[in-house]
Design a protein. Structure first.
Length: 64
């Protein structure tokens, strides 16, 4: 699954640690998501999309 978490985080001028604090996860979780080593739960994906004010579909793209 591709994602635009790093792009959106940069657009909002946030570090991984700052984003992690905002959505209540560890910095390591953000790092793993950005490196495509971890797919977030549906709940976490929704929380991230709401934080960035984008859709889940925009933030996360399932590769076919």
């Amino acid at each position: 699954m591709k994602n635009l978490v790093k792009v959106e985080r940069a657009r909002h001028n946030l570090t991984q640690a700052e984003l992690a604090k905002e959505i209540n996860v560890s910095r390591q979780t953000i790092h793993a998501i950005e490196k495509n080593k971890f797919n977030p739960s549906v709940t976490l994906a929704i929380r991230m999309a709401r934080f960035f004010k984008v859709t889940v579909e925009y933030l996360f793209d399932i590769e076919e």
